[in-house]
Design a protein around this ligand. Structure first.
Ligand code: GLU
Length: 551
């Protein structure tokens, strides 16, 4: 086909496209950003909710843009209507909002490079494809699904590469007359790339994470525009990331194999190639095997899971930072007073293979997160969470605010604060002794099935209890009380002559702790007793007796 025919073909296929690519090149000029600023984008399909893998991607996008004084934008990739669900876009915004991952530009906040929803950009894609038709890099293809299936079967039998390329690209060289004819007969068509590539040649790209990668050149005549005139992912990616001036395409490594096609499209369209940052898939270990985190099988794959179980968003983000850069964890250990924003992330510290998503590790990070929070903060955050997920507990928290903060503040000023909570939902159980309504005699059931605690000893002790003492004075008193009642004043002494004693001071404290808190482990017991006060302690003794049916 000569140039004149190609121009006619372009008009025949796109009679309504009256702009040319210069219009868009001028409309979307280079961004005015400082040197080194990265422009990143998150391109989710509105499938209803954000998968942990995508959240990780958007987290990478936002940190790299932020730390380089660049731009992070959100582009809704809704060209595949089959994958889109109603309210899917809201779901994406809600999930990102919850994690405080806020795009600088999006369909909500706007920006100079929109529309930020691909279904609103059809005219742009068609303008560039019209130009490719004129240049001889695209053509209408009328092959039916059956014809394509037959070709595939033949290729499978012959064990040749699958796809529409070379001799299999039947409609590559149709004449203008033939095309006009088919169209006038109502035959449907897609627009395919007329690939100039040869798979005997190699292309090399440098991925920011994976380093140098070599591929055979693309020779596939892939679909650019579908029958309904909407673009495929490949075309939309190239045009959008060019016009929106993305500098770094951060995306999952399932797209690595599409690199030869994408760089070819950038080249024939005369666009500058972006940097590619292919992130490893988020994986999970199960029965010794490693597999991709699955939104069907794994509740933790859904980002809403974390709020439901009560893991603080900031703890999840700390974990994301840990898996984003292998040196983050070490840094954070030494700089726990700093935030993620103070760390400089780099591509060379990103995982090349799978990134293991380990809930136990996340729980540990979360425990550390809670341990650094003040009692007031833990109270406020827990109340906030409970208002949404445990209304009954929220009410109790509000009614017991003053004491609850005191309980949550115990041992907070120690050099190694306790790590007893990993989720907001743990507070109810861990601090059940703090709220009367939750402290029922059943609290004892787990603890006393094996042991018979000497309640008489506790009753005797409580008569001598003076809550005005310092912690040290109190403990000296307990030791003395222990010795006077047949217990050793410390474990070492007890071990030397176990038959001479009923136990040691630790055993005495365990009786007190169990009776008072219904638990064998708790924050500092004397602090708990001071907050509860003598009457409450006596009430607990009665409750314990009732439980044991002792009169
Ligand atoms: N819409 C694509 C997806 O859902 C985004 C890939 C990309 O970031 O380029 O996988």
């Amino acid at each position: 086909m000569n140039q004149e025919d190609r121009n006619k073909l372009a008009e025949l296929l796109f009679p309504n496209i009256d702009k040319d690519r210069n219009y868009y090149e001028e409309k979307y000029p280079e961004r005015d950003l400082p040197d080194g600023a990265m422009v990143t984008r998150f391109g989710p399909s509105p499938t209803g909710f954000v998968h942990m893998g995508s959240l990780f991607g958007s987290f990478c996008d936002s940190v790299f843009a932020k730390q380089s004084n660049g731009i992070f934008f959100l582009r809704i990739e809704d060209t595949d209507q089959k994958r889109s669900v109603e309210n899917g876009v809201d779901g994406i915004f809600n999930d990102l909002d919850a994690f405080d991952i806020i795009p600088d530009e999006s369909s909500r906040v706007g920006g100079n490079y929109g529309p930020y929803i691909q279904s609103e950009r059809t005219e742009i894609y068609q303008t560039y494809v019209k130009d490719l038709i004129k240049q001889g890099y695209a053509y209408p293809c009328f092959m039916t699904e059956e014809e394509i299936a037959d070709i595939r079967e033949e290729q499978e039998i012959n064990k040749t590469k699958l796809g529409i390329y070379g001799v299999y690209a039947q409609d590559r060289d149709l004449s203008l007359d033939e095309i006009e004819n088919k169209i006038s007969q109502g035959e449907e068509y897609v627009i395919r790339l007329k690939s100039p590539g040869n798979d005997k040649n190699e292309v090399e790209i440098v991925d920011c994470v994976k380093g140098k990668i070599k591929f055979p050149e693309n020779d596939m005549d892939i679909v650019l525009l579908k029958k309904d005139g909407t673009p495929t992912y490949h075309l939309a990616h190239v045009i959008d990331d060019h016009l929106m001036h993305t500098t770094h395409v951060i995306r999952g490594d399932e797209w690595v194999s599409s690199i030869p096609l994408h760089v070819q499209l950038f080249d024939i369209l005369g666009f500058k190639r972006p940097e590619y940052v292919h992130t490893a898939a988020i994986t999970k270990k199960e029965n010794g095997n490693i597999r991709k985190l699955s939104k069907r099988k794994d509740p933790e794959a859904k980002v809403s899971y974390y709020d439901e179980v009560g893991i603080p968003i900031d703890a999840v983000k700390l974990y994301l930072a840990t898996i984003l850069n292998s040196n983050f964890e070490e840094w954070y250990l030494q700089n726990s007073d700093k935030t993620i924003d103070d760390f400089t992330f780099t591509f060379d510290k990103m995982a090349i293979g799978g990134t293991l998503f380990d809930l136990d590790k996340l729980n540990n990070i979360s425990k550390t997160y809670f341990s650094h929070k003040s009692g007031e903060d833990v109270f406020e955050e827990t109340l906030n969470w409970a208002k949404r997920h445990d209304k009954e507990y929220a009410k109790l928290l509000e009614e017991n605010k003053e004491n609850m903060i005191k309980f949550l503040s115990i041992e907070k000023d120690s050099a190694r604060p306790r790590k007893d909570i990993s989720k907001y939902s743990d507070v109810r159980e861990e601090f059940s002794y703090a709220i009367d309504e939750l402290f029922i005699k059943e609290n004892y059931s787990k603890l006393t099935s094996e042991k018979n605690y000497d309640i008489a000893l506790m009753e005797k002790y409580v008569e001598t209890l003076n809550l005005k003492q310092t912690n040290e004075e109190w403990f000296e008193g307990v030791k003395e009380f222990s010795v006077n009642n047949g217990y050793a004043s410390n474990n070492k002494e007890f071990k030397k002559a176990p038959d001479a004693y009923k136990g040691h001071v630790g055993d005495v404290c365990e009786i007190f702790r169990v009776v008072i808190t219904g638990r064998t482990a708790s924050p500092d017991l004397y602090s708990i007793m001071q907050i509860l006060g003598i009457d409450k302690i006596k009430e607990r003794i009665e409750l314990y007796k009732k439980f044991k049916e002792i009169d």
